[in-house]
Design a binder for this molecule. Structure first.
Ligand SMILES: O=C(O)C(=O)C[C@@H](O)[C@H](O)[C@H](O)COP(=O)(O)O
Length: 446
């Protein structure tokens, strides 16, 4: 299906990269700032930005590119629908040195490492492809894993022109990016995300880092990749729980900056869950557009604007840390956290009950938890939330919903409202434990 591009602007702040795709029916994609390209990812082509309205056939387009115009680096997100990791022409334009290191994990390596290795080995300038395979899971986003990557960099004598490749999900991307930012004071790295969450969120925007037992992502850097290369065919091997976790972040974009996109998500959630090609492609692209626009406007979260991307994360990070990293997937914790943030927004009079119910409904349909773990009480939440990176002068700034499609970052709330919000979920559990558990039932062991 072909559709003529819309001209409406993204409702969140940002540069012109924010030109919007408007969905016109189920599997439709309308492109505006997007443009079809074939192998244009050369450094020379880098500064180009299309203002051409393109008509894009949803299922036959084999490559689409969005630029992230961050102040520290401008880089492409390249989307391929078909298996492409073996395609040297996709990677060669982004590699300057003769050695590369692929960082991946024990789950992804047997599936895709050989393909990426083949693709990189065939790049004319590359004569060494090294690898570092880490255990899989959020619980390994640690100093030890960082050290393991740096050890390989040292042992294999990588130099300042070497490029690190992050092949995997958010943990691999964050770890590899952090290693790239500190090894030799910074070498290039490329994100090759293989989970939905990494595609729509963690691979884009340059937040890298590791966890501390007391707080998530507490040690890290802002360090943009040289490119994000998405082979969407890798999503087919994802566990359903991982797909749902990615959908949580997709829904987040609708909530924080694009009500129409949220409405579209409501209509298309089952298609996203089943990875229906047109729907998931649109959802990924729209999410990356939203993120690119926010990152372009506030790369280092210095104005505070970027913090809107943290909706649900203050509660969610507390859940991840308190339950032990890896027990809840990041996207699952964010889903429950977004419901808590919505409930608090309701209590402050920003949104009404019906909006909270809609948020719960869409997350439930995506097989995501909409309640925090019953093991966490007010004190546990507040202890972990006190470590949040949005704390300033001892005061926790929260991301709340001013309305559907608009998030605000504020310290202007009564602490008691926060306490009451957490208490409310405790009470729900005490009053109706079975009903409550049902809403957490999909948290099957990993
Ligand atoms: O990119 C951002 O900024 C975000 O907040 C996106 C989040 O979804 C992501 O999980 C991020 O890594 C969280 O960052 P943090 O600063 O809260 O650790």
């Amino acid at each position: 299906m072909y559709l003529v591009a819309g001209t409406s602007k993204l409702t969140c702040k940002g540069r012109e990269a924010a030109a919007i795709c408007r969905p016109q029916g189920s599997d439709a994609v309308v492109a505006h700032c997007w443009y079809r390209r074939k192998r244009e990812a050369t450094p020379g082509a880098e500064r180009r930005r299309s203002t051409v309205k393109a008509e894009v056939p949803v299922t036959t387009t084999d490559e689409r590119v969005l630029w992230v115009d961050a102040p520290s680096r401008k880089y492409p997100i390249i989307f391929r629908n078909k298996p492409s990791l073996h395609d040297s022409e996709l990677f060669a334009p982004h590699i300057s040195g003769n050695s590369v290191l692929i960082v991946t994990n024990e789950t992804v390596a047997p599936l895709y490492l050989h393909r990426l290795r083949e693709g990189l080995s065939r790049c004319p300038q590359v004569d060494r492809v090294e690898e570092c395979i880490l255990p899989d899971g959020e619980e390994y986003k640690t100093m030890d894993s960082l050290r393991a990557i740096i050890d390989v960099c040292m042992q294999k004598r990588l130099d300042r022109k070497s490029t690190l490749f992050a092949l995997g999900g958010g943990v691999i991307g964050d770890l590899t990016g952090f290693a790239a930012s500190v090894f030799l004071r910074g070498i290039p790295f490329i994100q090759v995300p293989t989970t939905l969450l990494a595609v729509v969120d963690s691979a884009v925007g340059g937040k890298t880092g590791i966890n501390h037992p007391l707080g998530k992502n507490m040690i890290g850097s802002f360090y943009q990749p040289h490119a994000v290369i998405v082979d969407a065919s890798t999503l087919k091997t994802l566990d359903p729980r991982q797909i749902s976790a990615g959908i949580a972040e997709i829904i987040k974009y609708g909530l924080i900056c694009d009500e129409e996109f949220f409405n579209w998500c409501e209509r298309n959630v089952s298609k996203m869950v089943s990875l229906s090609p047109g729907a998931i492609q649109y959802a990924m692209e729209r999410s990356c557009q939203c993120k690119a626009a926010v990152v372009a406007a506030d790369e280092r979260e210095s104005s505070g604007y970027r913090a809107i991307l943290n909706l649900g994360h203050t509660f969610g990070h507390a859940i991840e840390a308190a339950t032990g990293y890896g027990t809840w997937l990041h996207g699952e914790a964010v889903a429950a956290g977004m419901v808590m943030a919505a409930e608090m927004s309701r209590r402050l009079g920003f949104i009404d009950e019906q909006v909270v119910r809609r948020i719960e409904a869409i997350l439930t349909e995506a097989a995501l938890p909409v309640r925090p773990p019953p093991s966490m009480n007010v004190e546990t939440f507040l202890t972990y939330m006190a470590m949040d990176k949005k704390v300033e002068r001892g005061v926790l700034r929260l991301v709340l919903l001013e309305r559907l499609g608009k998030a605000i970052v504020t310290a202007n709330y009564e602490r008691q409202v926060l306490v009451d919000t957490i208490e409310y979920f405790r009470r729900l559990y005490q009053e109706q434990p079975e009903n409550y558990e049902r809403r957490l039932a999909h948290l099957r062991p990993k």
